[in-house]
Ligand binder design. Structure first.
Ligand code: FNR
Length: 391
C-alpha cells in the first residue's frame, strides 16, 4: 500500500530554489521563466515568512505505534485521492518546458492527486482534460474577466470537460509589485505562451474580431488582449460573488465553488455566510502583498474560526511532507503545491514532475510511519510541539 520512490540526491536538490538557477533549461524562454517562477512581491518578506512559519512548529513523534497499515489517502469534496496533496494552479507552464500543462495534469491523474488548471494556462481546457483523462480529479481556477459572457464561456467549457470544482482566485486581479518581473520588460514574455486558453475560446475570439485583431496574423496582439482580460487591473468586490456562484452552480449542476487567496478571518467568515463550499488559505506564494502574514499563521486563525463550517485548504511555502502534516495539524483539510513541481517540470519535464511528486508522497508515507501516524485523522494540534516566536 505504501508509495515507494527511490530516494535520489536530486530530491533534496529539487526542494531548493537555488538548484534550478544553475540549470539551462530546454525552452527558449527558460531563463526568463525561472525568474518569473521565483519572483516574489517586494522584498520577499512574505515569501520568507511563509517558510519561517513552518520552522516555528515542530512535530511530536510517538513510539511503538503499529503503523504498518498506514495510509495517506483522503477525500477532497466527493473524490477519493492518494493524499491530501494537490497541484496548485500555475500559469504558462510551457515557459518552463514544452510538455506544459498536459504533462503535469497527466502525472496528477497517474498519482491520483487533484490537478488545478489556471486561467493563465498555456494549454487549453480541452487538451488538459484529455491528458488528465476520465479518472482524473481536476479543478478549474478562474481569474474572472470583466466580461461576463467570457466568464460564462470559460465555465461552460470547464463543465463540459469534466472539471469537478471552480476555484476563484481573488488575490490577483493585477500582478503584485515583483522586481524581477517588472525588469523582464513588463511581462512581454507571456505573449504567445499564456494565450492558448483565450485563443481556444469562441467568445474571446469574437472579441478579437470586433477589435480588428486576427489571432492567426497577430498572435502578440491577441495574447496581449487575453492577458489584459484576465489581469485587468480592476478590482472585483464581494457583490459579484453570488452571481458567479449561481452561474457556476447553474452550469455545473452544483459542483463546489471555492475561493482562493483568503488570509483574514473576516473574509473566511464572509465565505461561510455566502455559502461558498471551500476556501484556500493562500498568499500566492508571497507574490502579491509584500509583508503580508505568513500563510500558515493565517491558516491557524482561520481554521479555528471557521474550520467546522467550511472546507479549509492551504498553500504557500510547502516544500516537504512535514510541512503538509503541520498544515493539516493546524486545521487544513488539503494542501496544494506550486513551486516544487514547477522546478521538477523545468528541469526534467514530465519525469521531473513525476519524480518530485512521488518523492513527496514517499516522504509523507515514511514520515507517517516513523512518527507514529496512521492516517490524516491523526493530524491535530496535539501532534505539534510548542512553537517558538523568536525566529
Ligand atoms: C502561481 N500561483 C497561481 N495561482 C493562481 O491562482 N493562478 C495562477 O495562474 C498562478 N500562477 C502562479 C505562477 C507561479 C510561477 C507561482 C509560483 C505561483 C499561485 C499558486 O497557485 C500557489 O498559490 C502557490 O504557488 C503556492 O505556494 P508554493 O507551493 O509555490 O510555495
Amino acid at each position: 500500500p505504501h508509495i515507494k520512490e527511490r530516494t535520489t540526491p536530486q530530491w533534496g536538490l529539487y526542494q531548493r530554489e537555488n538548484f534550478w538557477r544553475q540549470n539551462e533549461g530546454t525552452t527558449p524562454l527558460f531563463n526568463t521563466g525561472k525568474y518569473y517562477a521565483s519572483s516574489n512581491a517586494g522584498m520577499s518578506n512574505t515569501h520568507l515568512a511563509n517558510r519561517q512559519a513552518f520552522y516555528r512548529h515542530r512535530l511530536i513523534p510517538n513510539q511503538l505505534i503499529d503503523t504498518n497499515n498506514r495510509s495517506t489517502r483522503t477525500k477532497i469534496f466527493d473524490h477519493s485521492v492518494s493524499a491530501p496533496i494537490g497541484f496548485a494552479p500555475v500559469g504558462i507552464n510551457k515557459i518552463y518546458h514544452s510538455a506544459g500543462e498536459a504533462a503535469v495534469s497527466k502525472v496528477a491523474s497517474e498519482l491520483n492527486l487533484p490537478y488545478c488548471l489556471s486561467t493563465a494556462g498555456s494549454t487549453s481546457i480541452e487538451k488538459v482534460a484529455s491528458a488528465n483523462g476520465p479518472k482524473g480529479t481536476r479543478f478549474f481556477q478562474l481569474y474572472m474577466p470583466h466580461d461576463d459572457e467570457l466568464t460564462v464561456s470559460l465555465l461552460t467549457r470547464a463543465w463540459e470537460n469534466g472539471f469537478d470544482a471552480l476555484i476563484l482566485t481573488t488575490d490577483t486581479w493585477q500582478l503584485g509589485w515583483r522586481h524581477d518581473d517588472v525588469a523582464l520588460s513588463n511581462y512581454a514574455f507571456y505573449r504567445g505562451f499564456g494565450a492558448d486558453m483565450g485563443l481556444s475560446d469562441p467568445v474571446f475570439l469574437s472579441r478579437c474580431g470586433a477589435d480588428g485583431i486576427d489571432p492567426d496574423v497577430d498572435v502578440v496582439a491577441a495574447s496581449t488582449k487575453w492577458i489584459d482580460s484576465i489581469w485587468h487591473g480592476r478590482a472585483w468586490s464581494w457583490e459579484k460573488i453570488p452571481w458567479l456562484m449561481e452561474t457556476w452552480r447553474g452550469i455545473s449542476g452544483g459542483r463546489p465553488f471555492v475561493i482562493k487567496g483568503i488570509q483574514s478571518v473576516g473574509d473566511a467568515r464572509r465565505c461561510v455566510e455566502l455559502g461558498v463550499e471551500g476556501i484556500v488559505v493562500s498568499n500566492h506564494a508571497g507574490r502579491q502583498v509584500d509583508g503580508a502574514v505568513a500563510s500558515l499563521d493565517a491558516l491557524e486563525r482561520i481554521a479555528e474560526a471557521v474550520g467546522e463550517r467550511i472546507y479549509v485548504m492551504f498553500d504557500s511555502g510547502v516544500r516537504g511532507a512535514s510541512d503538509v502534516v503541520k498544515a493539516l495539524a493546524l486545521g487544513a483539510r488539503f494542501v496544494f503545491i506550486g513551486r516544487l513541481w514547477i522546478w521538477g517540470l523545468s528541469i526534467q519535464g514530465e519525469d521531473g514532475v513525476r519524480h518530485v511528486m512521488k518523492s513527496l508522497l514517499a516522504d509523507m508515507d515514511i514520515l507517517m510511519g516513523v512518527a507514529g501516524f496512521n492516517g490524516v485523522e491523526d493530524f491535530n494540534r496535539d501532534i505539534l510541539g510548542r512553537s517558538c516566536f523568536c525566529c
